[in-house]
Design a binder for this molecule. Structure first.
Ligand code: FNR
Length: 376
């Protein structure tokens, strides 16, 4: 309403309320390497387009004359109540779009009370980002060295990250033509290595200190987490060494979701990494309904890949997600205006969610189910 009221007196918002327009501004400002690292996806972009097409194919059927004066966007996730069904997805190397990177993102999330999910590929350390002191989850790129894994978990727990998100779909980087064409893999050049490079257990394994030989440190880290997947039996290591909830990110198949429940996991993120891993993979939204139906109350089902608007959130929740992760849109906000830009994008999205929910005739998120949408 603030934006509407200011609009009435002729004051436009500081940044566009359109994600597409923010992306256009970011494209103008950023070098092609960083821009395409964020905007790009795997192969021909077929999965990224499919993610959006799956949203566009589904439509909300509004209901009238229902009493929806105040909408309640609150949601409970893993025993904790949040003001909105939204977390900021783990996105690595954010300093390539803004010097404050993950610090700005965490501060914006903290000011709104929503969780930020800190990536293992972040450009700031776990300890620095914790200072924003908002709800925080930690995303693990899972090393094959158990000592390092346990050290990362220990640091996360000590610094107040209460939920562990284990990303399974990126055990090796996919074929990403834009990054290859720009010779742009900042992660491999060290920008996204703040967390491992600051890790005491990892550092102790190096023949020479990081400060003396960065290249050697990078060459030791990359094969440690990249190149081959873990297997289901290995989840016991994480379960035994993490007291809080564990969420598996990158689930697209019903059987994998059921197996996550069997392995004692608490949740899944139905995600295809925003179409950045397999070109031609199923749209994440198309994978959601069957997974949500199959796991029922056994797991908390979260969703990402393609969320751009408030109405997208309504659709994902109607199809069984308890909450969603926001990806690229907040990075465009970060590029436009740092912490302020991220807050602007999230507040706009939540305002749109609130309006869409009310206009569709719902006052509570929990009342959304597939009947809120047209038959596919
Ligand atoms: C990502 N994503 C990601 N996921 C993760 O678990 N760890 C990471 O470090 C990253 N890094 C990352 C960088 C960039 C630039 C992007 C765009 C994405 C995936 C992210 O968490 C999420 O799954 C997708 O962004 C969702 O897709 P959309 O909504 O951005 O299309």
């Amino acid at each position: 309403y603030e934006i509407y009221l200011n609009g009435l007196v002729g004051t436009p918002p500081p940044y566009s309320t359109s994600v597409a327009e923010l992306e256009r501004v970011a494209r103008e400002r950023l070098d092609p390497g960083p821009y395409w690292y964020v905007a790009g996806s795997a192969g021909t972009g077929a999965t990224e387009r499919a993610n959006r097409e799956a949203f566009d194919r589904r439509r909300i059927v509004p209901r009238m004359l229902r009493d929806v004066p105040v909408r309640d966007l609150g949601v409970e996730l893993f025993g904790r109540t949040y003001p909105a069904p939204l977390a900021l997805a783990p996105i690595g190397v954010q300093s390539i779009v803004h010097p404050d990177g993950e610090l700005a993102t965490a501060r914006a999330a903290a000011s709104l009370g929503i969780p930020t999910v800190l990536s293992t590929a972040a450009s700031h350390t776990l300890e620095e980002v914790a200072e924003a002191d908002g709800p925080r989850w930690y995303q693990l790129y899972w090393p094959h060295d158990d000592d390092v894994t346990l050290s990362l978990l220990d640091r996360a727990a000590k610094n107040g990250y209460d939920t562990l998100v284990v990303t399974l779909d990126t055990w090796t980087l996919a074929w990403r033509p834009h990054d290859l064409d720009h010779a742009y893999l900042p992660f491999l050049r060290g920008t996204g290595l703040a967390i491992p490079l600051s890790d005491p257990v990892f550092r102790a394994k190096l023949a020479r200190p990081v400060e003396e030989d960065l290249d050697a440190a990078i060459m030791q880290w990359v094969p440690m987490f990249n190149g081959r997947p873990h297997t289901w039996d290995r989840l016991a290591l994480l379960r035994d060494n993490w007291d809080g909830p564990i969420v598996l990110k990158g689930i697209q198949h019903v059987d994998d979701a059921l197996r996550a429940a069997d392995a004692g996991m608490d949740g899944v993120v139905v995600s295809n990494h925003g179409g950045r891993q397999i070109d031609g993979a199923t749209a994440s939204l198309d994978a959601l309904p069957a997974i949500a139906a199959a796991v029922g109350d056994r797991l908390t089902v979260l969703f990402d890949s393609g969320i751009r608007t408030g109405s997208d959130i309504v659709k994902a929740l109607a199809l069984g997600a308890r909450a969603v992760l926001l990806g690229r849109p907040y990075v465009w906000g970060l590029a436009a205006g740092g912490e302020e830009g991220v807050r602007h994008v999230v507040r706009g999205l939540l305002a749109e969610l609130d309006l869409t929910l009310g206009l569709a005739g719902y006052s509570r998120l929990a009342d959304l189910d597939p009947s809120a949408l047209e038959e596919p």
